[in-house]
Design a binder for this molecule. Structure first.
Ligand SMILES: NC(=O)c1ccc[n+]([C@@H]2O[C@H](COP(=O)([O-])OP(=O)(O)OC[C@H]3O[C@@H](n4cnc5c(N)ncnc54)[C@H](OP(=O)(O)O)[C@@H]3O)[C@@H](O)[C@H]2O)c1
Length: 445
């Protein structure tokens, strides 16, 4: 592994140098273990501790197949799916690996008693499989997390509709929280040159998801002037949704839960901010009964911030806790676009407010190939910025996932894999200098 790192750190290394490097037999990776999938049975969700279930293991380098690439991972990040995997909720991810393994002898490689997790990476291509022409050893890349087979026509227009669509590093093995990762070459995209390894890795999954959910015609199709209610506006998804709203001429109404998070939204340029803790919204009277008076109180507060207007779009992901309120506060003809259910997936809302006011609920999930490419392009051009607040070493991934699970983080949490320290990998200092304040705005809050 030292030779690989030396080649990456030496600026004069060529594609031939990388191709000549011998691959190690094994690498360090963050895993969950199949025989521990029941370890949290009977424990309350919030008390399930990723530090107990995430391991740093030495695992064999997987065999490289056609259309695939092995990448030396310099940095990765923690996503909420890392949390779901580590607490084995809503289901153990080993079921995904078993199902994928039944597809073909090649996918059988993924069905193992350990799962290498992680759905983001920045790094350097080490090897490519047969049929890969665009990428070569030595290319500096990031990878998006859409894994598809594309054998069925269903996914030929929108690759997210492929019946074999999976999230790499969550529903497949050999993910990015490791020193080496296996990806399909179609996941590769150029690394933004003005960013360090950890900054380049951080946006991946959430940035692409927020792009489809908010900007793309497949999601809400946001337009200039739209009022957009963004739950968790300083969190992983929300920190990109807020930037897309501002960059697209819309008006984000940012919901957060502390003055520090409100300050971060202000730093991004948002003006309309609601602190849900300070204003103490209680959308549920008890476990079974919602309180429409609280929906109305939220709607009134939004109107105070928008000169009397209602929201065109709600950027939803908390789910059960907020969904009734989200449907209520959306304007006539508006859109509630949802990609998750962090607080519970059995949503309840009053349907009269939906049909009588001709609102739409749109389901959205990650992003298709093209949307992921567009989202990364905006990062590379310095139009949208990483929201990295803190970086951990690979061996500290359990702690990083624990922080995200307890909602004590800001924006995105990075993880160094092969990169020995933060700040390496910047190739365009001039573009970086132009955006340095924006790149650092989630740090030290
Ligand atoms: N379908 C997809 O492709 C996709 C992609 C990415 C993520 N997701 C899912 O989306 C969810 C959020 O992911 P993320 O990366 O943004 O996580 P995150 O970094 O934890 O941010 C989520 C934010 O939502 C807010 N929040 C959490 N619970 C809430 C509640 N009960 N009521 C109101 N606000 C609440 C919190 O902000 P405040 O405390 O400041 O309000 C939190 O910071 C996760 O469930 C994740 O698995 C889905």
């Amino acid at each position: 592994m030292k030779d690989i790192l030396d080649a990456i750190m030496a600026s004069e290394s060529t594609a031939a140098d990388f191709a000549a490097l011998s691959l190690p037999e094994s690498y360090r990776a963050i895993t969950v273990h199949k025989d521990e999938a029941g370890m949290f049975e009977g424990v309350d969700s919030r008390a399930k501790d990723p530090r107990k279930s995430l391991h740093l293991d030495e695992v064999p380098v997987p065999e490289l197949g056609p259309g695939e690439a092995l990448v030396a991972v310099m940095a990765s990040s923690v996503n909420y799916n890392s949390v779901w995997t580590s607490i084995f909720e809503p289901v153990s991810t080993f079921g995904f690996l078993e199902r994928y393994g039944r597809l073909s002898p090649l996918t059988k490689r993924h069905d193992l008693p350990y799962h290498v997790i992680g759905s983001d990476l920045s790094g350097v291509v080490l090897r490519t499989g047969p049929g890969v022409n665009l990428w070569k050893p030595g290319d500096e890349v990031v990878a998006h997390c859409l894994s598809v087979e594309l054998e069925s026509a269903d996914g030929h227009d929108d690759t997210m509709l492929d019946p074999e669509q999976r999230i790499w590093g969550f529903e497949t093995n050999f993910g990015g929280l490791a020193e080496i990762a296996l990806v399909k070459s179609n996941q590769l995209m150029p690394k933004p040159r003005h960013l360090s390894w950890e900054e380049a890795a951080a946006p991946g999954l959430v940035n692409s998801t927020a792009y489809r959910q908010l900007v793309s015609r497949n999601g809400a199709g946001m337009k200039q002037g739209d009022n957009v209610l963004i739950w968790g506006a300083s969190g992983g998804l929300g920190s990109y949704a807020t930037q897309f709203a501002l960059a697209g001429g819309a008006n984000p109404i940012c919901v957060v839960s502390s003055p520090q998070k409100a300050e971060i939204c202000r730093r991004m340029g948002a003006e309309a901010i609601i602190d849900r803790t300070a204003e103490n919204y209680r959308f549920w009277k008890d476990e079974h009964t919602q309180d429409p008076k609280e929906w109305k109180r939220l709607g009134k507060r939004i109107r105070e911030l928008t000169d009397g207007e209602d929201v065109d779009i709600v950027f939803e992901h908390p789910g059960r806790e907020t969904f009734g309120a989200s449907v209520y506060v959306t304007r006539k003809g508006g859109t509630i676009v949802t990609c998750a259910s962090t607080s519970g997936y059995n949503h309840e809302y009053d349907n009269r407010y939906l049909w009588m006011s001709l609102k739409r609920i749109v389901g959205s999930h990650f992003a298709n190939y093209r949307e992921a490419w567009e989202a990364n392009r905006l990062i590379a051009k310095g139009k949208i910025h990483p929201t990295l607040s803190k970086t951990y070493r690979l061996e500290e991934t359990g702690q990083a996932a624990h922080d995200v699970h307890r909602n004590v983080h800001q924006g995105k949490v990075g993880v160094l894999a092969l990169a020995p320290e933060e700040g390496l990998g910047v190739r365009d200092a001039e573009l970086r200098a132009r955006h340095i304040d924006a790149i650092n705005r989630f740090r030290n809050v």
